[in-house]
Design a protein around this ligand. Structure first.
Ligand code: SF4
Length: 472
């Protein structure tokens, strides 16, 4: 049994991680059995779940979307927000009876939440029916843990990050659009954020290994890749190999995959060279997610964000100048401790100046173990909610305004799947990451098609396919 320790997780050493081949254990022990996997949280977790599915498939388990059919249940959890935490424990409460009805059912809880000592202890004390608890650093060992499962609860959560694994057998959700990890962990330590503790220190993958993975994805017919990292702009800083994110982006662009995206960017690490590379290669999509978090320099300092309001605005303007037509979205937290009405107005000022294409907005809630959790959460909930409402009204207005600029234009859309908006519709994304519902047959899924935009809404566009050789 291994319980995590937050103090240990804070430590950063200069030791380079070992690069190893993934275990990719194969066994027929679970032949004919099914797994149910539920994922909470960000794109990183979604991609980790593709690794988990690969591990389970290698043990001969097949996926079911019906919980009652499952022989193995895996929850891949998120520690960023309180409600994700509540949802996981709510879910565990609801499946307890399944374990009574089916004693051989194996329940696994993994990912970011168990990296918190209090969660691992709670699972140990109050949820003994959970068979396996694993963290973010040993996903690769899940196969081994399943093969050795017995009636005793097995908690294996490491505080310190482990090796960097290559040649992972992912079971990808899409045949057209793929996530590619370029780095793990984060060294930024924004004061409100739990990620540097749950995912460990920054470890970049070697460029050669990333390029090999993307070349193979291109050969497999993938049309789009998204480079993934908590702070992609810091890529390479931990490697001393003499290359950075701008160099990586350029080499990835040369592979010739039609669409390249990346998330998430930290404004502090964004260099002019990165902007020039994005502007130079048409297959790097003109879309940047650039978290603001707050428009008040005072609050940004309390958040440990390492930039001022003015520096953020300057970067925003340079992006718009260097990459014409680039769409920019953001993240904003309202109600951080000590945020006055004046501070909130600074945020509104940046929002009005930038006119973002969209934003993920959140009410601040403390994460146990972070430095910000030690500051008194002194903003009443009703004020936080009022600020969020004011902010969202402006964000939605701006989003609609941007979307209306697309009316009657013809844009390229990568169709990713059936639309929820009608049986004769599919959906996909423009180069600028606008969601479009398109009247078209399912046979267009996986294709990049020309679409004429017929209607603009706050959060999506409607359109129809046009057969048109050259579009401007
Ligand atoms: S950059 Fe800041 S907010 Fe983003 S993962 Fe790292 S610590 Fe968290």
């Amino acid at each position: 049994m291994n319980l995590p320790d937050l103090q240990e997780a804070k430590k950063r050493s200069n030791a380079k991680p070992t690069i190893k081949d993934a275990l990719n254990l194969k066994s027929s022990k679970f032949k004919g059995q099914k797994f149910f996997l539920k994922t909470y949280g960000c794109q990183m977790n979604v991609h980790d779940s593709e690794e988990i599915k690969g591990i389970l498939n290698n043990l001969n388990l097949t996926e079911t979307l019906n919980l009652n059919e499952a022989d193995v249940i895996v929850l891949n959890t998120c520690a960023i927000r309180e409600n994700a935490h509540d949802k996981v424990f709510g879910f565990l409460g609801r499946i307890k009876h399944l374990k009574r009805e089916k004693p051989n059912l194996i329940v696994c809880v993994g990912g970011c939440m168990p990296q918190q000592t209090s969660v691992a202890k709670l699972l140990q004390e109050k949820y003994p029916f959970v068979n396996i608890v694993f963290g973010t650093h040993n996903i690769n060992k899940l196969g081994e843990m399943l093969l050795n499962v017995n009636e005793k609860q097995n908690i294996e959560v490491y505080s310190i990050e482990g090796d960097v694994y290559e040649n992972i057998d992912y079971k990808r959700d899409s045949k057209y659009s793929a996530w590619v990890n370029i780095m793990y962990g984060c060294d930024k330590f924004c004061t409100y954020c739990i990620v540097p503790y749950t995912r460990g220190k920054q470890r970049s993958r070697l460029m050669a290994d990333i390029l090999k993975e993307i070349t193979n994805l291109k050969l497999d017919g993938y049309k789009e890749i998204t480079l993934l990292g908590q702070n992609v702009n810091a890529y390479g800083k931990d490697l001393s190999e003499g290359y950075d994110f701008a160099n990586l982006l350029e080499e990835v662009a040369k592979i010739g995959i039609p669409r390249i995206r990346f998330v998430t960017s930290h404004p502090w690490d964004f260099t002019p060279e990165m902007l020039n590379v994005i502007a130079k290669y048409p297959n790097i999509m003109p879309y940047i997610h650039l978290p603001l978090q707050s428009g008040s320099t005072k609050i940004l300092r309390l958040m440990g964000r390492r930039y001022t309001k003015e520096e953020y605005l300057d970067l925003y303007n340079r992006i718009k100048e260097t990459i014409p037509g680039c769409s920019i979205t953001t993240d904003i937290i309202v109600g951080f401790p000590n945020e006055t009405e004046e501070d909130f107005n600074e945020t509104l000022d940046v929002v009005k100046k930038c006119v973002f294409d969209g934003a993920y907005t959140f009410i601040y809630s403390p994460r146990e173990g972070t430095p910000a959790a030690l500051i008194k959460d002194n903003i009443p909930l009703e004020i936080k909610e009022k600020r969020l409402q004011t902010l969202n009204n402006i964000i939605n207005e701006h989003s609609l305004k941007h979307n209306e600029e697309y009316l009657n234009k013809i844009v390229k859309v990568l169709i990713t799947g059936p639309s929820e908006k009608g049986e004769n519709k599919v959906c996909g994304y423009t180069e600028t990451m606008k969601l479009v519902n398109v009247i078209a047959p399912n046979s267009t899924i996986g294709e990049i098609v020309n679409v004429k935009i017929t209607e603009a809404k706050s959060f999506s566009l409607d359109g129809e396919i046009v057969i048109f050789e050259n579009i401007c």
